[in-house]
Design a protein. Structure first.
Length: 254
């Protein structure tokens, strides 16, 4: 475990449990969702070397070789990368490193979590080290719908475009106008700064240059706003992702 205790923030990171932020307290309020029996539905966790689902878990290298990714968590697809099921190596305060397994063997991901005066800066960086498989990165924070006091979480989010969802839940290549909530969708060309707001208590603004965002509001216990360098199933959609992503989660009173 890594712990950061700095002024108004107390942060716990489970390195053996996927590099996941298992607790974020700000002014004594807990903003993460505790473990609910499924590795996918709690905490704030890194998604690497892919974010979201990969159809049937099949991914093809630049040299044309097809590889099978694990599909045991969300069959028949691979989901959210290796990071969430791996042990990360501590390399400094708030910093950790993941040596990826086959077929990404040789590649690494570095995670950095830093507490500022009123914010948490979270970054991921991928180094292929000669691996020619497609990659893209993302962050999957689960924000608790209910804090110890105040109103229930509401999402502030606007985007110009949304990828149409197929019947299997995976995004297609078709761009459509932004639909109303509830969302389990992928967006691009966002407008303004996404935020989660607990009326009368707190808000978290999420500042990032990420070109893609997944927003999930169908869970009764939490909401997710996920910056990503490429959308779910990006490799099969012909979309490539950058090797670095950073987001700033700014906390303030509401």
């Amino acid at each position: 475990m890594q712990f950061i205790d700095d002024a108004e923030f107390q942060v716990a990171i489970d390195l053996d449990g996927g590099g996941k932020i298992t607790s974020i307290k700000w002014r004594e309020l807990e903003f993460t969702i505790p473990f609910r029996g499924n590795v996918l539905t709690s905490g704030w966790y890194p998604m690497a070397p892919w974010a979201g689902r990969v159809r049937d878990g099949l991914i093809t290298s630049a040299s044309g070789v097809e590889h099978q990714l694990p599909t045991n968590i969300d069959p028949p697809h691979a989901i959210h990368g290796f990071g969430i099921t791996s042990s990360w190596q501590e390399i400094g305060p708030g910093r950790s490193l993941l040596h990826l397994p086959k077929p990404y063997q040789g590649a690494t991901v570095e995670q950095t979590i830093e507490v500022l005066d009123d914010a948490i800066r979270w970054s991921l960086e991928y180094d292929d080290n000669g691996c020619d498989l497609p990659f893209w990165l993302g962050m999957h924070p689960w924000f608790a719908r209910d804090l110890e006091r105040g109103g229930q979480a509401e999402v502030e989010f606007k985007a110009e475009k949304m990828l149409k969802r197929g019947s299997d839940g995976l995004p297609t290549n078709e761009m459509v106008a932004m639909a109303p909530e509830p969302w389990d969708d992928t967006f691009t060309e966002i407008r303004g700064t996404p935020a989660v707001v607990w009326e009368g208590v707190a808000r978290i603004d999420i500042e990032s240059d990420a070109p893609w965002w997944v927003v999930y509001t169908e869970d009764p216990d939490g909401v997710c706003i996920e910056p990503q360098t490429a959308p779910p199933d990006a490799a099969n959609l012909g979309i490539s992702g950058e090797n670095y992503i950073e987001a700033l989660f700014v906390f303030s009173e509401e």
